[in-house]
Design a protein around this ligand. Structure first.
Ligand code: BGC
Length: 467
């Protein structure tokens, strides 16, 4: 099937990463927490993860303390040129990445010239390849001198973030147009201050509100700084937005719970920054159904982390966000943990359809950044979940191998732009042993997966092996 060109020519196709999750060698509050907690996380893994279908496959890794240490990452800090070549081969024209604050300002007020230069070279390497950089400034990791002061718990600490933002504007303003200030403040505050799972492991509704409110302020101030320094910039925020639905649409309690959850999770923060955004970054992973006051999702299909998958939920979510804010939207994260690459192609195709439908309804969608380009350090879960379009073998010199879904996606983008097949074949990344040759050569027309096909996939997934 030849995809029809429904996307604008300047649509930003790409993938996302975050510095701490891929670079390697970062030294921040998360690194400290990992080292202090790895043994305990390994010891208690079965209790937390034993219910997952993939548990037999991941048990050995999940019970190894090494799994919980970001360490060398996937060495993206040193191998970025190679990774950008892969981006190109995957037909992308943009890339979302982070800058590690703790590298740039390792001690209070002291800028590390080498790190500053590193990111300058990094951006130049993207631009040299015709790839539009999309910078995300804050993705949960911070220098320990800043967290020692109480991080975003205290409004007086916002000046430090302002100064970092100004530094970024001064150093890179000429080369960057798209900037996200914060990634998923709702996820960070919930896990770090409400359920206490992430550093600094607080369970305090009061602190949660303080930090959430301060992050909204931090964004508003960053917006002013960035717009003053880089007038042509497009500044936004990457929010984790859920497609939240009532299990029984006409049930009054389900509908009320849905409205409350949509407001609390999706809109509360966005309402507070609505005048300080040129576009809204939508990170979409979840459709959640509420019955009474509880989440009650279908049992299948589930990805490796046990998250219910409904990729087409992106369509109503984009529509709702557009109707509410009338701001251009960019999908800034979207993807699945899928070590065997069984669902990713289906997920991608459904996501494309969801965006096409939204575009055809007049929603101004400007780009799609898949999570993630590379297998990455998955926070408290560590290394075993695999989100990458490109698999990384950390045991064998960090070898990069394009997953077949990535190759399918590259072909999809290529066909859309009507490049001759020979050109793409010549451009494809080394598919390595994990990718069947047929996946590269034979166009596999994919329509919506039938229910029977999906059930077959789900059955197969119970006997999955981790790469
Ligand atoms: C985060 C990423 C994370 C991904 C998958 C997103 O909410 O921004 O850092 O890797 O989810 O869990």
């Amino acid at each position: 099937m030849k995809p029809q060109q429904k996307f604008p020519d300047d649509f930003l196709w790409g993938a996302s990463t975050a510095s701490h999750q891929v670079e390697g060698g970062t030294v921040n509050q998360w690194t400290a927490w990992e080292l202090a907690n790895a043994a305990e996380l390994a010891r208690t893994a079965e209790k937390r993860l034993g219910h997952l279908a993939v548990w037999p496959d991941v048990k050995a890794q999940a019970e190894d303390p090494e799994n919980y240490v970001s360490g060398d990452g996937v060495d993206h800090y040193n191998r970025y040129e190679e990774d950008f070549d892969l981006l190109k081969k995957l037909q992308f024209n943009s890339f979302r990445f982070g800058m590690e604050w703790s590298r740039i300002e390792p001690a209070e007020g002291q800028w590390n010239a080498e790190a500053v230069q590193h990111y300058r070279d990094y951006i130049a390497a993207l631009k040299k390849r015709g790839i539009e950089p999309i910078l995300n400034i804050w993705h949960w990791t911070m220098p320990t001198w800043f967290t020692d002061k109480g991080a975003f718990e205290k409004p007086e600490n916002l000046v430090y973030f302002d100064r970092f933002v100004q530094k970024i504007a001064d150093e890179y303003g000429d080369d960057i147009k798209y900037i996200l200030t914060l990634n998923e403040p709702n996820v960070y505050t919930s896990f770090s201050y409400l359920n206490g799972e992430w550093p600094p492991q607080q369970k305090s509704p009061l602190l949660f509100f303080k930090v959430y409110r301060n992050l909204a302020k931090a964004h508003r101030r960053a917006y002013v700084i960035l717009k003053a320094s880089i007038p042509n910039s497009q500044v936004g925020i990457a929010m984790q937005l859920g497609n939240i639905q009532a299990k029984r649409p006409h049930n009054i309690i389900d509908s009320a719970a849905t409205k409350i959850m949509r407001y609390a999770w999706n809109w509360w923060f966005l309402n507070r920054v609505r005048k300080s955004q040129d576009f809204i970054g939508v990170n979409y992973y979840f459709t959640d159904y509420y019955r009474n006051n509880y989440r009650q999702n279908p049992k299948v299909p589930l990805q490796d982390l046990g998250w219910y998958m409904e990729p087409d939920g992106l369509y109503p979510l984009l529509l709702r966000t557009w109707v509410r804010y009338k701001k251009p939207l960019m999908v800034t994260e979207n993807g699945v943990a899928d070590a065997n690459d069984e669902y990713r192609e289906w997920w991608l195709e459904q996501s494309m359809l969801a965006m096409e439908r939204a575009l055809s309804e007049g929603v101004d969608v400007r780009g799609y950044q898949h999570w993630s380009l590379l297998d990455n350090f998955e926070w408290k879960y560590g290394w075993w979940p695999k989100f990458g379009l490109i698999a990384v073998d950390r045991e064998h010199d960090m070898k990069r191998t394009a997953r077949s879904s990535a190759i399918w996606f590259a072909r999809y983008l290529r066909d859309m732009r009507e490049e001759p097949a020979e050109v793409l074949k010549a451009k494809m990344p080394d598919a390595g042993s994990t990718v069947k040759q047929s996946a590269i050569q034979t166009p596999k027309p994919k329509h919506l997966l039938s229910a029977a096909h999906r059930i077959r996939q789900i059955r197969k997934s119970t006997s999955k092996k981790v790469m």
